[in-house]
Design a binder for this molecule. Sequence first.
Ligand SMILES: [Mg+2]
Length: 255
Amino acid sequence: MSSHFPKLAAEALDLQNTALFLDVDGTLLDIAATPESVVVPDGLAETIGRLEQALGGALAIVTGRELADLDRLFFPLRTRAAGVHGAEMRYDPTRPASAAPDSAKLSADLWREFVSLAGAFPGVAMEDKFYSFTAHYRAAPEAAPALRAALLRLVEAHRDLDLQLLDGRCAFEIKPSSFDKGEAVRRFLERPPFVGRRPIFIGDDVSDEYGFRYVSGQSGVAFAVGAPRKDADDVFADPATVRRWLERLAEPAAA
Ligand SMILES: [Mg+2]
């Protein structure tokens, strides 16, 4: 409960010169049995809202969830955000999101193929996020190897779509490789209020490694959560420690 902040996070931050990018599941929120059953702790949305102000707006949530789902979770908070790993980009929180230039919705035919493959495994739940499809196997962990092999064959059978398979937390996701969290961060950093600021990215799974790699190339800092990950500079012990760090950053005295 009283885990210390990682060494790099314990340093004083110049909030006027920092851009913060935050993953959601496993980073801000504890992982739950299903994506729908996560709990948003009291005060978290308010903390993020205060921090966004302290950063002059240079805070974006970068998630695999759809933005509609994100907004429902954090209601009434609505920040700059990237949904479905950057397929949906919201540069201005007062305006609707736009699709990333190279993102296209996957076809209904591909969804039917996905359902016939993944649906053959009892207990596997399928999610259509339009720009990506996810098969959740938390309720059927024994199915994972065969499910993964079946989805890889699907990816191989559609080389023209340039799909990739992401190994998530008890989930496999297929998506075009044309967008990812690193691209999403790059797009934000090209625009005010992010431009010229030093990026910090915090995430917990393989999809976040694209973000880690990008911010590392921009003299930024990448934090993993729970365990070290490729291209992450340091590690937060758990989402509770991330939340305490954000609370401390959002205190007026820290600004
Ligand atoms: Mg995550």
